[in-house]
Design a binder for this molecule. Structure first.
Ligand SMILES: [Zn+2]
Ligand SMILES: [Zn+2]
Length: 369
């Protein structure tokens, strides 16, 4: 069969503009690169933020949206015979990959924090007018650049799960590591019950936290949080700050949470994190998108000696951990509770609207539907 030479992709022409289906050429693969056919993509809340210009000027337009996806290798450049862990790669294998970090800037080479790279190509918000153009998951094909690290997807992990590993779950893996891990005596509060928050609950439970609490909405998502191991949940619309604080204090002998994973992106939740964390506790701010700044008095940092870290994306080690987690935990968690319907490229705007109305948690995209 003659290889496909062009493909369809969903483009954001400019911020606040409607998404458009456009046709792209599939370029020849260069040494170290890969051409993949997108098997499944999934939609992230950040996709909506990108359409609103929240990530500008890091994001560019026009861009092919979508940064959670799984590709099936169709063409393999010379020198790309194994993945990042040394697992052989062959035509037909499924892979996920990190953004193309340059490896040479201060943040890549000296600080060893490639997610802060000053010269990177992000999938899902890169300039689609620049070669090789097909850099974004809401497309039938993608070009994996030579400086992208790649992980082969284990056979037992379905593509839609692996797709969500490439943003939602790898971000949680990055967060728990940056916080110094979660320990057996830790009480973890996860704020937010979207996909990142729900994965936060599952990971905290699986790696052995003593108590896991979830704050979020609506009720159906809190039910998923419970099934993922949250012992207590609080609906943010029917409880107030004092009630949620009391819930945390009751479980922790009046000390507060050892770890707070802020996954909602709301400045109210970010402020609340400082109230519910114990003195000396740790907070990861993972949610983004609220234009309002959080108002936290300096004494909340000093008086409580809190450790706070922001989490931006993740390096490839966390993609690999995320896939290992899904493969290992597939019988312990019904991850499919998080996933919704499967949409075509043209139906993505409808799926994004359903997400905004909280009718979908994690919609799936089949670009060949
Ligand atoms: Zn994302
Ligand atoms: Zn760099």
């Amino acid at each position: 069969m003659k290889p496909q030479t062009n493909c369809k992709a969903l483009v954001l022409p400019d911020y606040h503009q409607p998404l458009e289906l456009r046709e792209f050429n599939i370029p020849e693969v260069e040494d170290g690169g890969l051409i993949v056919k997108i098997d499944r993509a999934t939609i992230c809340g950040t996709d909506h933020h990108i359409t609103q210009g929240v990530l500008a000027p890091i994001s560019k337009t026009p861009c092919i949206l979508g940064h959670e996806m799984v590709g099936i290798i169709e063409a393999q450049g010379k020198g790309r015979e194994v993945d990042v862990a040394g697992t052989p790669l062959a035509i037909g294998d499924r892979v996920i990959w990190a953004y193309a970090y340059c490896g040479r800037c201060y943040y890549c080479a000296v600080a060893m924090q490639p997610t802060l790279c000053t010269n990177f190509t992000p999938y899902g918000y890169a300039d689609a007018t620049i070669h090789p153009h097909i850099i974004g998951g809401f497309s039938q094909y993608n070009y994996i650049l030579p400086n992208c690290h790649v992980v082969r997807v284990p056979d037992e992990v379905p593509s839609h799960w692996a797709s969500s590993a490439s943003c939602a779950l790898r971000t949680i893996m990055h967060a728990t590591d940056r916080l110094g891990g979660i320990r057996p005596s830790d009480t973890v509060v996860v704020q937010g019950s979207g996909p990142v928050g729900l994965y936060g609950v599952a990971v905290s439970r699986a790696i052995g936290a003593k108590h896991v609490i979830n704050f979020g909405a609506p009720a159906e998502r809190l039910a998923v949080a419970k099934s993922f191991g949250a012992e207590q949940v609080a609906h943010i619309e029917t409880t107030d700050n004092a009630e949620r604080l009391a819930m945390v204090m009751d479980l922790t002998d009046g000390r507060g949470a050892d770890v707070v994973l802020e996954c909602s992106g709301s400045h109210f939740a970010q402020e609340e994190a400082f109230n519910i964390v114990r003195p000396g506790g740790r907070i990861a701010v993972i949610g983004a998108g609220d234009p309002k700044p959080m108002a936290v008095p300096g004494m909340s940092f000093i008086g409580k000696q809190v450790m706070v870290t922001g989490i931006r994306s993740a390096g490839i080690q966390y993609y690999r951990e995320a896939l290992d987690f899904l493969a290992r935990q597939k019988n312990n968690f019904d991850f499919d509770l998080m996933f919704g319907d499967t949409y075509s490229l043209a139906e993505i705007p409808e799926a994004m609207e359903k997400m905004a109305r909280l009718e979908e948690i994690k919609p799936i995209v089949d670009p060949f539907k």
